[in-house]
Ligand binder design. Sequence first.
Ligand SMILES: Nc1ncnc2c1ncn2[C@@H]1O[C@H](COP(=O)(O)OP(=O)(O)OP(=O)(O)O)[C@@H](O)[C@H]1O
Length: 273
Amino acid sequence: MSAASQIQCRDVSVVFDDAVTAVRDVTFTAAAGEIVSLIGPSGCGKTTLLRTMAGLQSATAGTVTLEPAAIARRGEIAFVFQQPALLPWRTSLQNASLPLQLTSSRTDDPTAALDALRAVRLDDAVDRFPHQLSGGMQMRVSIARALVTRPRVLLLDEPFAALDEMLRNELGQLLLDLWQQYGFTAVMVTHNIAESILLSHRIVVMGNGVVSEIIDNPMPYPRNVDLLRTPQFADFYGHVSDAMRRAAECETNLNTLTKPSNDQRVTSEETFR
Ligand SMILES: Nc1ncnc2c1ncn2[C@@H]1O[C@H](COP(=O)(O)OP(=O)(O)OP(=O)(O)O)[C@@H](O)[C@H]1O
């Protein structure tokens, strides 16, 4: 098993086209082996921050440091997207093997891909093509493909958003099992408060590009979906939900301030300096 890496974001800002500040001075650390959720209103910069952590987007300012270093071309950083994005002409085994063929290992040995498919409980679907799989099974193949290189860091962008609640809980449970087995550090963007509570050690709440709150999750591990029916869960859900509301209100207030009437002619930079 690869050692997990700590991810440290320090004063990270991302500005698009010199005009849109998607992420502003974000600082937080995901400890090695921790699961962290990024939640917040739509458009608050979660995906941009996750892509910056993956090295898919450059930071305009600030740094993202992985310790020990994790190298994407060796598959040490893996990304799971909302859509499974499988190649339709490849079987589950061939899709799960893809990173091994693209990364520096360049191996055709199917053992690691078979192991990853077994871990996501798809032993009996290795020779099926994507169109022969349900949505949940396709997502499992996508997760197997991410894990096949034994990444130190797993970044997930709303991986279960397109699935119904039962399937989402089932795959959440699967992700917890895989985390126990593989020991990666995970950062996951989600809109789903219950999912963030079920899975993560800490919940980073964002609003308007900034981190508005970081909430430690007191629920002990190992966890399973039964947690969702406990009074402690209900209490904590209310707490996270209030933080989300505050982030959304902050977003609304900032938007009001950053959209001045013509006669005010104030830039957002001036407003917040
Ligand atoms: N490539 C880009 N060019 C210009 N603006 C962008 C680009 N990508 C994102 N943005 C803008 O940056 C802001 C943050 O977008 P981002 O996708 O990170 O938010 P998000 O919180 O992930 O949203 P959602 O929850 O809806 O997926 C938005 O205003 C978006 O329009």
